[in-house]
Design a protein around this ligand. Structure first.
Ligand code: NAI
Ligand code: MG
Length: 501
């Protein structure tokens, strides 16, 4: 395993931002937490404290919800035209683009991902998402509906629908793509005219706080977006349960997704959930070997496997099983590991000590149940939260490592004989977020795509995201779809208006 060399120099604005004691954004003002408490965020490459951040709790959530309610009901937000709203969102996208380097550096420092990845993917995808949603602000339309009411013969009606913002929205996001998840959540909510209280993950609050400054610079009115960093069990739980929040949108673990549902029951707020995954990636013998091998490696190792849609179950047709597994293992062994900010780094550390322990626990469990590592299989070094890219064979569908989400750079490889044998295995999961199919027989690939119980199926590609393409899960991978026009459904209510003529 090669180690990367020299570190990138931080932008002066990033150094001073990181050193600052961070506040929360409520009603257009940067404020301390009501309790005065702060919490540390860590550099996962070293385990050292990076920044101190105001720790939001129930009281801060209350203040933020109050500000969001006022901005929604009577503030300038509700009085803006859709075009004006769209222009502000577009301006925010321009500002993200302008600050790509700073945002990418912050993301790399706080989350551990390679700077090159944050530059090429996280920041541009966030800007693109806001631009795409800015365009929707002026296109959220209702319909006219012809009626045939049987018990009022002779009366004519004019009936139509309006799409109205759902109201005050609570958004709770994870640490794997901190800026991008903020964009996925904020973009459609703002396009629809909602106001927001956003709670970033406690592991990675920094890019959302920088985004808060850009939101101010873009000119969004006070109270439209409130950002309250803090822990899930306190700030997150208070937001999910808040009686004056109309909708909660959550991305994270399936376990917490179920808690969100329970918390939301009190006022029956609307709920959308993006949860875990254990996505099958299927390679047929007629696939282009080179791209299938590269694709299978990318499917699991991108973002260190910390993707809800990671291709973590690799199913390979038995004729080419050894060749593909060997190819993926070789790629795993070539990945250059190091701190995200070092030039040449291709894989950084996992986000936290907790995740390091969790992933290593799965590696132990796999070993104990008879799995064999043909690449990786262990932690790298003693400092930072690095886990070697790992390929496991001698696995079967009953093992914990094949059933449960590992959320690390760990793939299990299993051979299959034909599509009939493969399909029930591929669908044998409580999750249904994504799947991959590699084949040069386009008929076979589409036939399988139609039978896979997953919200996204990639054919001869993997991890392709676009602001226009809906994303979300079947089964316990979640409720609702983010991105694309489907995202507007999460943030609007439909009103039917019926007038007797
Ligand atoms: P988590 O689900 O606990 O955290 C995600 C977000 O939810 C964070 O903002 C957290 O503060 C918040 N949260 C936690 N408990 C809450 C509660 N009771 N009420 C309201 N909000 C709450 O995920 P965690 O613990 O960081 O990671 C554990 C596992 O979850 C990972 O190993 C992975 O399997 C999965 N995960 C899935 C993600 C996805 O993209 N679908 C993202 C992050 C984690
Ligand atoms: Mg948790």
């Amino acid at each position: 395993m090669a180690t990367a060399a020299s570190a990138t120099n931080l932008e002066p604005s990033v150094s001073s931002f990181v050193e600052r004691k961070h506040k929360m954004l409520i009603d257009g003002k940067w404020t301390e937490s009501a309790s005065g408490k702060t919490f540390p965020t860590f550099n996962p490459a070293t385990g050292d404290v990076l920044s101190e951040v105001a720790e939001g709790d129930r009281e801060d959530i209350n203040r933020a919800v109050k500000a969001a309610r006022a901005a929604f009901e009577s503030g300038p937000w509700s009085k803006l035209t859709p075009s004006e709203r769209g222009r502000l969102i577009w301006k925010l996208a321009d500002l993200i683009e302008k600050h790509t380097e700073e945002l990418a550096q912050i993301e790399s420092l706080d989350n551990g991902k390679p700077l090159t990845v944050a530059r090429a993917a996280d920041a541009p995808l966030a800007a693109d998402l806001f631009r795409y949603m800015a365009g929707w602000a002026t296109k959220i339309e209702g319909t006219t509906i012809p009626l045939s009411v049987p018990y009022t013969p002779g009366t004519q009606y004019f009936a139509y629908t309006l799409r109205e913002p759902v109201g005050v929205v609570g958004q709770i996001i994870p640490w794997n793509f901190p800026l991008l998840m903020a964009a996925w959540k904020l973009g459609p909510a703002l396009a629809c005219g909602c106001t927001v209280v956003l709670k970033p993950a406690e592991q990675t609050p920094l890019s959302a706080l920088w985004l808060g400054e850009l939101i101010e610079e873009a000119g969004l009115p006070a109270g439209v977006v409130n950002i309250v960093p803090g822990y899930g069990e306190t700030a997150g739980a208070a937001l999910a349960a808040h009686p004056d929040v109309d909708k909660v949108a959550f991305t994270g673990s399936t376990e917490v997704g179920k808690l969100i549902l329970q918390a939301a029951a009190g006022n029956l707020k609307k709920v959308s959930l993006e949860l875990g995954g254990k996505s099958p990636n299927v390679v047929f013998a007629d696939a282009d070997r080179k791209s299938a091998i590269a694709g299978a490696a990318g499917a699991i190792f991108f973002n260190h496997g910390q993707c809800c849609c990671a291709g973590s179950r690799l199913y390979v047709e038995d004729k080419i099983f050894d060749e593909v597994v060997d190819g993926v293992a070789q790629r795993a062994n070539r990945i250059r590991m190091g701190p995200g900010l070092e030039t040449g780094t291709q894989m950084g550390p996992l986000v936290s000590e907790e995740q390091l322990r969790r992933v290593c626990g799965y590696l132990e469990s796999g070993k104990a149940q008879g799995a064999k590592a043909v690449a990786g299989g262990e932690r790298m070094g003693e400092k930072g939260y690095f886990v070697k890219p790992t390929v496991l064979v001698n696995t079967n569908d009953k093992m914990k490592i094949v059933q449960e989400e590992i959320f690390g750079p760990v793939v299990t490889a299993i051979p299959f004989r034909d599509p009939e044998e493969l399909l029930p295995k591929a669908n044998d999961s409580v999750y249904g977020l994504a799947a991959g199919v590699w084949s040069s027989d386009i008929k076979k690939a589409h036939a399988l795509a139609s039978k896979l119980r997953a919200g996204t199926v990639w054919i001869n590609c993997y991890n392709i995201f676009d602001a226009a393409l809906p994303f979300g899960g079947y089964k316990q991978s979640g409720w609702g779809r983010e991105m694309g026009r489907q995202a507007l459904e999460l943030y609007t209510e439909t009103k039917a208006v019926c007038a007797a003529l």
